[in-house]
Design a protein. Sequence first.
Length: 177
Amino acid sequence: MSPLPGQRPTVTAGQPPLNDQARQLLAAVEDAMRTPTSYRTDDPTVPSWADGPQIGTAPAVAQPGRPAMSQRAVDLNTTLLSASVAIAAMGGAVAVVCWASRLANPVVIGWICACFVGVPAAVALPVLALKGLMKSARDVVEAAPAEVHHHYSGPVHQDQRNVHNTNRGFGRSNTSI
């Protein structure tokens, strides 16, 4: 068997002679096997895993894979996927029944499939709009200051001698006290 270009012939009988480079490699391997692979320090100034995670100033790095979602997002995603499977199954079943009964009319099948998709969407859009309106109205009511009621017993007098302002429209004008 002839050696390949750049390949040196090897000695097959007995132990091959070691050259200087092979001896250095063998010495490095033996030295690496004697070197410990772990180190324990009892110095309290050196942070360790027991101290918890070390937080630095490096910015966060985007992790591969799907991003984490809240439970609400998972629930909505599941609802949307199951509704789309149900809609596709109903539309397919109606199309198969029409085709099997020889009443298959492409226009009718198109209208049936469009109704299974279009009607829920047409109903859902106003409902979602009303939901958003109600949520924003609730947020406005929650952000409004609480009503304050004063109850007095006896005569009440309001002194308005030092009030010299005129309120007109949306802004104040000519305000002086």
